[in-house]
Design a protein around this ligand. Structure first.
Ligand code: SAM
Length: 425
């Protein structure tokens, strides 16, 4: 009965809580769908990897056999770890059993696994008319906003936002432009563009369509312009900040996906200026590189004024529930870390603070990854730990997508908003 109850909650919310461990399983598609009214995130475009067709499966098995033979050969050689790698390995050993326990909870939940195998099926598959929206226009290749932003015409590019309702007349982030017409034409770059209605809006850039969730906005710019998202008054600051920086790493594939930045650039992110008077919860995605973890613990968090609170782990599985790689594979761990910390505000309110639920360390979020480097939407899981008054004011830095109630900043926050990623219902 408990399993059925958990499963029906999962089908509704996209979150399955395992009772026996500190873990949840998430379907990012269901979680993201809470941001939309007339559109749905298309599961088949979200789950572009780890759910291959039979044909592709065979090709993949052949090539992954080759890779795993190579890896096994490598692993058979006695691995001599340098000092830093030994520390990294000790960190890994400390969380290994926690992650395996979380994984076992998933493997023991037969009712959930039966659904997980079919997560890629479209919600509307029974309706032959269910529109994969924009598929006819979409080539499968996203608009490169980074390139558009670099050309001399960049300040001339415009976005037309069409909403069904009028924008709320109040100011969302200080410098929000609110007009009453249904079609608003705004600069694409270096401008806060929002949909303050309670319904999805559609937007057009050049000849492409984008879906903009309710009560959300984006500011598309290079890091050099990030000061423009600093609120004029800290009472309008953010109480939940998620950051997924373009960390440098050795992967050539990553370099081809987006530009990366040296660590020192992140030291100057204006975190202290972004936070709400009553403080903020900050969540930072990091890779498993020991050098990076040291940098965050010893330099970055102190520079931002962040007090470390907890570590969450994102454990990545395939559609059959198996891990995407061997848990002990040194450079390809099947998990990433999310570091959580608090930033004190200038006017912390002890009454509000006493209502905040303390964050439990070592929680595990299990999901099937979407596109390369796309993180699961963890905002809702963090809401109860946010220090300030409700409604929570949320911002994501280096974002590639939008969510209801959030401001998204980065050089391509519209990336996953392109209509090809959605279905119309
Ligand atoms: N969290 C995102 C997701 O789930 O899809 C992934 C973010 S990805 C790790 C980092 C993002 O930072 C990329 O979109 C990249 O284009 C962007 N970026 C890189 N250099 C930047 C810069 N100088 N200014 C603004 N954004 C930048």
């Amino acid at each position: 009965i408990i399993a059925t109850d958990q499963l029906s909650k999962f089908l509704e919310s996209g979150i399955y809580r395992f009772e026996s461990s500190n873990a949840v399983f998430m379907d990012p598609v269901r979680v993201l769908n809470r941001s939309y009214t007339s559109f749905r995130v298309s599961p088949s475009t979200y789950y572009s990897r780890f759910f291959e067709s039979k044909h592709a499966d065979q090709a993949r098995t052949a090539s992954s056999d080759k890779i795993s033979r190579k890896r096994k050969r490598k692993q058979r050689r006695p691995q001599i770890l340098n000092e830093r790698e030994q520390v990294a390995d000790q960190r890994h050993q400390l969380v290994r059993s926690l992650l395996m326990e979380a994984h076992e909870s998933l493997l023991g939940a037969d009712d959930l696994l039966a659904v997980v195998r079919n997560l890629r099926e479209n919600f509307c598959s029974s309706d032959s008319k269910a529109k994969e929206c924009g598929k006819d226009l979409w080539t499968g290749v996203e608009q490169s906003f980074v390139e558009l932003g670099r050309v001399w015409q960049a300040p001339l590019f415009e976005i037309t936002v069409s909403s069904k309702q009028r924008n709320r007349p109040d100011s969302f982030a200080g410098n929000m432009i609110n007009q009453c017409n249904e079609d608003r034409v705004l600069p694409l770059f270096n401008c806060l563009v929002g949909n303050m209605t309670s319904d999805d809006a559609e937007a057009k850039v050049l000849d492409r369509r984008y879906i903009i969730p309710r009560e959300s906005s984006f500011y598309m710019s290079d890091l050099g312009q990030i000061h423009n998202v600093i609120p004029a008054d800290s009472d309008c600051g953010y109480s939940l900040i998620i950051i997924d920086p373009p960390w440098e790493n050795g992967s050539a594939y990553q370099k081809s996906m987006y530009q990366t930045l040296p660590n020192r650039y992140f030291l100057s992110l204006p975190i202290k200026q972004l936070i709400h008077t009553e403080g903020a919860l900050l969540a930072l995605w990091v890779t498993n590189r020991e050098k990076l973890l040291n940098f965050v613990e010893n330099e970055l968090f102190p520079a931002w004024g962040v007090r470390f609170a907890a570590t969450f782990y994102w454990l990545k599985v395939q559609a059959d529930g198996s891990l995407i790689s061997d848990i002990d594979l040194f450079h390809h761990r099947p998990y990433e870390r999310l570091l959580l910390g608090y930033c004190d505000g200038v006017g912390m309110n002890s009454e509000h603070l006493s209502k905040v639920i303390p964050i439990k360390d070592n929680q595990v979020i299990i999901s099937i990854p979407g596109d390369y480097s796309r993180k699961p939407p963890i905002g809702d899981l963090l809401m109860e730990h946010v220090p300030a008054l409700k409604p929570t004011r949320c911002i994501e830095l280096f974002a590639r997508e939008m969510m209801a109630g959030w401001v998204s900043w980065g050089n391509e926050p519209l990336y996953f908003q392109e209509s090809g990623y959605f279905q119309q219902i």
